[in-house]
Design a protein around this ligand. Structure first.
Ligand SMILES: Nc1ncnc2c1ncn2[C@@H]1O[C@H](COP(=O)(O)OP(=O)(O)OP(=O)(O)O)[C@@H](O)[C@H]1O
Ligand SMILES: [Mg+2]
Length: 228
């Protein structure tokens, strides 16, 4: 079972008059084998939602369950292991390490998590699909924004996570690349039975989605089936 759920999640940043109620009673579930798209404008709560879903941020109230067990019921060790082994993040800021070449970004993953990562052929396929195979010897500041974004996507997929959480993974890409990334994420969901959740304001990704949600001012609602 590769699934997770948010139940009655609220999140408030700050205190007193500076409070921002970023998420309001959010309920959400994602299953293996599906790609869910959460669409919303800037400031609507997308990154907050994703950080809470992945256990990077603890909600002010409500629970988040991964494979039926909430983060709060897990020990810190268990939570860390879950994040390392099961959850792949594509973060809004790409978080590539500036002093490492693209190849070394992957090697670093091997050091932190020596087992269970994609084998050479599978990684090669991902690099080829994303069109970044020739960039392995380059440093992040020698890459364009779109190239950095595609390297960050490949790095998130490399540990072969069962849950993939992506924050605006196509913001720096042109339309043909958006279609490639949408197709890749959809393949991961369907062929590799992963639960994929993408938050974005990029309507070009709608075609790839199985489930479509809208988030507005911190309120999440389900939209009609995108393929219907
Ligand atoms: N660390 C923080 N401290 C205080 N307020 C915050 C913090 N992070 C986000 N917010 C506020 O919470 C709300 C939701 O922010 P969030 O980053 O989740 O939006 P978003 O939909 O990801 O926006 P964008 O599309 O610009 O990335 C916004 O009003 C934002 O200003
Ligand atoms: Mg954001």
């Amino acid at each position: 079972m590769n699934s997770f759920a948010l139940k009655n999640v609220n999140h408030i940043y700050g205190s007193g008059s500076a409070q921002v109620h970023a998420l309001h009673d959010v309920n959400f579930a994602a299953e293996a084998g599906t790609l869910s798209l959460v669409m919303g404008p800037s400031g609507s709560g997308k990154s907050t939602f994703l950080a809470i879903a992945g256990g990077l941020l603890t909600p002010t109230s409500g629970t988040v369950e991964v494979n039926g067990v909430s983060y709060t019921e897990r020990s810190k060790k268990d939570r860390d292991a879950l994040r390392l082994d099961s959850i792949g993040f594509v973060l809004q800021k790409y978080h590539l390490l500036p002093f490492l070449t693209v190849a070394d970004q992957f090697e670093l993953v091997d050091r932190v998590k020596p087992q269970g990562n994609l084998d050479k052929d599978a990684l090669n396929d991902v690099l080829t699909t994303l069109g970044i195979k020739d960039l392995l010897h380059k440093y992040p500041d020698e890459l364009s924004g779109g190239q950095q974004q595609r390297v960050a996507i490949a790095r998130a997929l490399y540990p072969n996570p069962t849950i993939i959480l992506a924050d605006e993974p196509t913001s720096a890409l042109d339309s043909p690349r958006v279609a490639v990334v949408g197709g890749l994420l959809k393949d991961l969901a369907i062929k590799h039975n992963k639960a994929v959740v993408v938050v974005t304001h990029d309507t070009r990704l709608i075609d790839a989605a199985d489930h479509l949600y809208e988030i507005k001012d911190g309120y999440l609602s389900k939209k009609a089936n995108p393929s219907a």
